[in-house]
Design a protein around this ligand. Structure first.
Ligand code: HEC
Length: 177
């Protein structure tokens, strides 16, 4: 990979895989990551792909969304974590956030406990203030089974994040201590 490109450079990463140059990286992704697998196709509008090895990022917080009855984990790359911990906004260019979602299912081992069921979606936000100047500096990608969803769904992302999370640089999640 060119040293001038940050690790999340979506088009560079997908171009590498197309060329076969990144095959080693792909093989290192553990099996259990497959439902939230690394996609080779970029999201419409934004051209965001699933970042390599995002499952190795740190946890920002968890969330539960009632209408969907889903658990979520929000992870951040090192630049994003630094921003969360320092509390300095806006997030710097190169910050990337990943939100992983699973259905909430009862534990088969323990009554009253709930655990993650099937993985549903993986959502990504990439900060690049020049490239995504019209959407608060954020590029968005939503993936199901490693494939980006349609353009219509991608049109909804910024509107909601803008309406409800503008004061926190369009990011809902706060760092959970
Ligand atoms: C109707 C409102 C709404 C829409 C539309 C929406 N989001 Fe979000 N998003 C949220 C909320 C609320 C959270 C906080 C975590 C949670 O509750 O799951 C969130 C969290 C996130 C996060 C974690 C960082 C953060 O802001 O907390 C990412 C990444 C994300 N969304 C990506 C997307 C993408 C990609 C799309 C479009 C495909 C999208 N979102 C559309 C409401 C929305």
């Amino acid at each position: 990979m060119s040293t001038t490109l940050p690790c999340w450079a979506a088009t560079a990463a997908s171009a590498m895989w197309t060329a076969g140059a990144g095959a080693d990286d792909l093989r290192r992704i553990p099996d259990q990551v497959v439902p939230h697998a690394t996609a080779q196709r970029a999201s419409p509008i934004y051209g965001v792909t699933i970042p390599e090895r995002y499952r190795e990022w740190e946890l920002v917080a968890v969330a539960y969304e009632q209408p969907f009855d889903e658990f979520r984990s929000i992870l951040g790359n090192p630049l994003a974590m630094k921003a969360f911990r320092s509390g300095v906004l806006p997030f710097p260019n190169g910050a990337v956030l990943a939100k992983l979602a699973w259905k909430r299912v009862p534990s088969t081992a323990f009554d009253g406990a709930f655990v993650p069921g099937a993985a549903t979606t993986l959502q990504i936000m990439v900060k690049d203030s020049a490239k995504y100047a019209t959407t608060g500096g954020w590029g968005f990608g939503r993936f199901i089974d490693g494939e980006p969803v349609d353009e219509g769904q991608h049109r909804t992302c910024f509107a909601c994040h803008q309406a409800k999370a503008m004061a926190h640089d369009f990011v809902f999640t706060r760092y959970a201590n």
